[in-house]
Design a binder for this molecule. Structure first.
Ligand code: GSH
Length: 230
């Protein structure tokens, strides 16, 4: 039987947050790899789903609804299933505020730092130092928030946590020090223990394996375009 949802993506945190949400909801879904390193996101077929040429995209086959932008997808799933986003009141807006902090600040700043670490002019360059400082500020902001709340929106686990969880893993990748962010570390360890997070991890491993095929399909010109070197 065809699953209700189809998720188009790769192994990036913006996609993995949707995998985590679908696992939390125990929803039936298929994952289709988009070979972003080979430029598949720029094809007319993909742009008909998301004109911004980015993953994730989620298709709800039952409702005949196509969504892009991970924050919009999380809100859609939360409202469709009535979970992880209160329907009204102060807690709803706490959740939305911290969800938007992730989508418009945490993701973009950490993402830019990744870009300039990997493809920029290296340590000491203006862009590298700017985004390193802005990334550290994001981790400090989350840590400060989590020093007074169990979860980002308060007492309850929500789509704000689901959106931010994988991004917090960049503390390791970006060689920051967890000792500077003890509350963020406590929160991340707690979420990692959730059964859905463990299942999402397994799904990411399967996606990583297929992503290697996608990278193998990329030419040098494709890779240069991906890193904006063309
Ligand atoms: N604001 C978007 C960001 C999506 C995004 O940056 N996706 C990346 C992977 S994490 C992507 O598709 N990169 C390929 C490209 O930019 O060509 C969201 O939250 O969904």
């Amino acid at each position: 039987m065809t699953a209700r949802f189809e998720l188009l993506g790769m192994t990036s945190p913006n996609v993995r947050k949707i995998v985590l949400m679908l696992e939390e909801l125990e929803a039936a879904y298929d994952v289709r790899l988009v070979k972003v390193f080979a430029g598949e996101q720029f094809t007319p077929e993909f742009r008909a789903l998301n004109p911004l040429s980015k993953v994730p995209v989620l298709i709800d086959r039952e409702a005949d609804q196509t969504l892009f932008e991970s924050g919009a997808i999380l809100i859609y799933l939360a409202e469709t299933f009535g979970r992880f986003l209160p329907a009204a009141g102060a807690e709803r807006y706490e959740t939305l505020k911290w969800l938007f902090v992730q989508t418009s600040n945490v993701g973009p700043m950490l993402g830019q730092y990744n870009h300039f670490r990997i493809a920029g002019d290296g340590k000491g360059s203006y862009a590298y130092e700017r985004y390193r400082k802005l990334s550290a500020r994001m981790y400090a902001l989350l840590d400060e928030r989590l020093s007074s709340c169990r979860y980002l929106a308060g007492d309850a686990y929500s789509i704000a946590d689901i959106a931010t969880f994988h991004w917090a893993g960049y503390v390791d990748i970006q060689k920051m020090d967890w000792a500077d962010y003890p509350h963020l570390a406590r929160w991340r360890a707690e979420i990692a223990e959730r059964p859905a997070a463990r299942r999402a991890e397994d799904a990411a491993v399967r996606l990583t394996l297929s992503e290697h095929d996608g990278m193998a399909a990329a030419s040098q010109a494709d890779i240069d375009r991906f890193w904006w070197r063309d």
